[in-house]
Design a protein around this ligand. Structure first.
Ligand code: ASN
Length: 596
């Protein structure tokens, strides 16, 4: 974590003697922060005795020398190191991205070849994200490719109610080599994590962003090492970075982000092969085994002429072992089409749909660790789609488009018929319509728009989402509705304001409470600068305003620009009620306590 420092804004204005290439007027809205957790992997490896192994304490210095990954002039001009420390670097300006992306590297010790990763390491990554969640806009995990799909899957389940992007990446060739894929992968991951509110655990590799629990490593010798056979990429980074917003998975929740590091280790993967013996299966299913992913043939089939084998499976499920049926095929789903598949269902297996074995295994590990759930509830959870890991039927939303009279009429009058053009019209019309509905608190209109396939999270020309508008207007029910339909509390408009800033500004206490419950927070800089606003509220005797700032997380003792605190200002102008409130608060609540 970063020590308190003087405002960087002041530092910026005092640097007039240095020529600026990209003048920064407001760090708050013009910078995004990404935490890079370096766990190891080929990306930072060097040759020792002719084999690749991780090299400690070299990565940050290596990156500092690479102009595509660090802008030293900007760092010097803006006092970056004084403020954030030597491990923070900054990307150069990029076309189409108005924000500078600052990234801080947290290097693990020891750095690991990912073949050495354990469930404890997943827990450590999860805890570090949780600890630093409020200080960063997004997270990049540098990781070896060998087990990256397992870690990505596990983190996707461990991260509950996620609202910010977590992007795993790495490389096939070390970043220090002349020809390598590490620089491009890291750069792409940083740009995505710093620019887009994609609230998923993702994996970025070779110009594509995938859902983390959908990938598998398919190639040892190609830069194109990962495949997501059952789900199209969430984004492609070609000439432009194009996000497929319809595919992005959202938590649909008003609960706060948390990481569950409880994982059950008594799980395993068993691959069927012709001639597998019943004793092999029996040995595998012995206690303490509690959950198994059985990799079956084709659409979930196994021999139906092997009662010995089926009996072992049935005995295990009867004794409480959860067995998930996943296919050995790279693409496709388990479906009840054959007699050879039905026998497995009869033996008590649960269909794993189109889950990858990596996703199914880590889901088992996560679900089995839930102490407050009975076996039946765990089985039910395994069959459900928890994080977009299976059977995502998001295409349905697009089909509804043609059912919408409204869009049809417009499409007809513009002589439009193809799906892409229809979608473009829908996406262009969505923000003004959803924002207008949010303004008047019309949930029914939002529901109708959603049924048309509209994305309720899209921002208008100023980046203002329906949640921003509803927060300004204080429409509590509508805020609740939007949050339970995937709206992000972290969306920033072009002025850098979040829905929380808006709700505080317009003094909608209940909305502020709900947003806070969902994990909304002011940035450290906003909290640093809140003192002046608090003083002005104190000067005008605005008790409600002060209370709302407190609920929003502000420290009411924070001094304003001239060093005076709210209580001093209230005393000076004789606002007795405010003084009494602040005095009472100081004596009755712990430091930084929230006053209702
Ligand atoms: N063995 C390496 C690892 O997984 C492979 C890589 O990163 N490309 O750490």
């Amino acid at each position: 974590t970063v020590q308190r420092q003087p405002s960087r804004r002041r530092k910026l204005s005092s640097c007039t003697s240095i020529e600026t290439t990209d003048p920064v007027t407001s760090p708050r809205s013009a910078e995004a922060r990404v935490l890079v957790i370096n766990t190891g992997g080929t990306i930072g490896m060097t040759l020792h005795d002719n084999v690749l192994a991780p090299k400690a304490n070299a990565f940050v210095e290596g990156l500092r020398k690479l102009p595509i990954l660090h802008d030293e002039v900007y760092a010097q001009q803006t006092g970056l190191y004084d403020y954030y420390g030597e491990n923070t670097l900054v990307l150069p300006p990029s076309n189409g991205n108005s924000k500078r992306i600052l990234y801080t590297i947290l290097e693990y010790s020891p750095l690991l070849d990912s073949s050495n990763m354990t469930t404890d390491d997943w827990g450590r990554i999860g805890k570090d994200i949780e600890k630093n969640y409020e200080n960063y806009d997004g997270f990049v995990i540098l990781h070896g490719t060998d087990t990256m799909a397992y870690t990505a899957s596990a983190l996707s389940f461990m991260c509950e109610h996620l609202g910010k992007p977590i992007v795993l990446t790495g490389s096939q060739v070390p970043i220090y080599e002349m020809r390598n894929d590490g620089r491009g992968n890291l750069l792409g991951a940083l740009l995505i994590a710093g620019q887009f509110v994609i609230p998923e655990v993702c994996l970025y590799f070779y110009n594509k962003l995938f859902r983390g629990n959908r990938v598998t490593k398919v190639d040892t010798g190609s830069y194109n090492a990962f495949s997501s056979p059952n789900l199209a990429p969430l984004a492609t980074a070609e000439v432009d970075i194009t996000i497929s917003w319809d595919t992005v998975w959202r938590a649909n929740t008003t609960a706060k982000f948390q990481v569950s590091t409880e994982l059950n280790r008594n799980v395993g993967l068993l691959r069927l092969f012709p001639g597998i013996t019943a004793s092999t299966v029996r040995a595998f299913l012995q206690p303490p085994m509690q959950g198994v992913v059985l990799e079956t043939y084709g659409s979930g089939n196994a021999p139906d002429n092997r009662p010995d084998l089926l009996e072992e499976l049935k005995k295990a499920t009867d004794s409480g072992v959860i067995i998930i049926n996943c296919t050995q095929c790279l693409r496709g789903t388990v479906s009840p089409s054959y007699a050879t598949g039905k026998v497995l269902m009869d033996a008590g297996l649960i269909a794993g749909g189109d889950m990858t074995p990596e996703a199914a295994l880590s889901k088992l590990s996560y679900v089995l660790a839930k102490k407050d759930l009975k076996l039946d509830a765990k089985k039910k959870m395994m069959a459900q789609n928890l994080r977009g890991e299976m059977n995502a039927d998001l295409a349905g939303a697009k089909l509804c488009l043609s059912d919408s009279r409204f869009i049809q009429v417009i499409a007809k009058s513009l002589s439009i018929s193809c799906k892409e053009e229809l979608e473009a019209i829908r996406d262009a019309l969505t923000p003004p319509l959803t924002c207008a509905a949010a303004k008047i608190g019309d949930i029914e209109a939002l529901e109708a728009l959603k049924e048309m396939g509209s994305n309720l999270c899209l921002g208008d020309y100023d980046g203002r989402t329906p949640l921003h508008i509803a927060a300004c207007e204080g429409h509590l029910k509508l805020v609740q509705y939007l949050l339970s339909h995937g709206a992000s509390v972290y969306a920033k408009d072009r002025y850098g304001d979040t829905p929380l800033c808006n709700a505080v500004r317009f003094k909608h206490k209940e909305v502020v409470k709900l947003l806070r419950k969902t994990g909304a927070h002011f940035s450290r800089e906003e909290l640093e600068e809140a003192g002046t606003e608090l003083c002005s509220l104190a000067a005008s005797g605005d008790l409600d305003g002060l209370k709302i700032w407190s609920i929003a997380g502000a420290d009411l003792n924070k001094p304003g620009y001239d060093g005076q605190t709210a209580i001093q200002v209230a005393q000076a102008v004789g606002k007795k009620e405010v003084v009494a409130f602040l005095v009472h608060r100081m004596s009755s609540t712990p430091k930084s306590g929230v006053v209702e």
